[in-house]
Design a protein. Structure first.
Length: 122
């Protein structure tokens, strides 16, 4: 299982341009989380379980042995590869031009992330 989400890996990847604004990066990760959450919550329980089975099989795990948190992580990882999300530079350029398109969908996690970075710098 991955330690970082696909969105976090994208935000930190060498090809992600010179996006250094921690607020912008945090908002991007928040946006990606919101999109994945929206898709996850729209799935039927049957579909979620099928995704758990597929992801567990891919990871060589037995679904019957998994706890709830692990199941959610597996489904989230599986969705992160199938839900179309923009890369950080593309999203940042569009966000800078049209923040009103994205701000209503942010969950607010970005504020906690920015505050955490500020505390680390102190």
């Amino acid at each position: 299982m991955k330690d970082q989400s696909a969105a976090e890996q994208q935000a930190r990847s060498p090809g992600s341009g010179d996006i250094t604004d921690p607020v912008l990066r945090a908002k991007y990760l928040d946006y990606c989380s919101a999109r994945l959450s929206e898709v996850f919550l729209s799935l039927s329980p049957e579909r979620i379980y099928l995704l758990v089975e597929e992801a567990a099989d891919d990871a060589g795990l037995n679904p019957a042995d998994l706890g709830f948190r692990t199941m959610v992580e597996l489904v989230t990882d599986k969705l992160s590869t199938s839900v179309p999300l923009p890369d950080l530079p593309t999203w940042a350029a569009d966000y800078r031009s049209h923040p009103e398109r994205y701000d209503p969908y942010l969950l607010g996690f970005w504020e906690d992330a920015v505050e955490g970075e500020e505390r680390e710098r102190e």
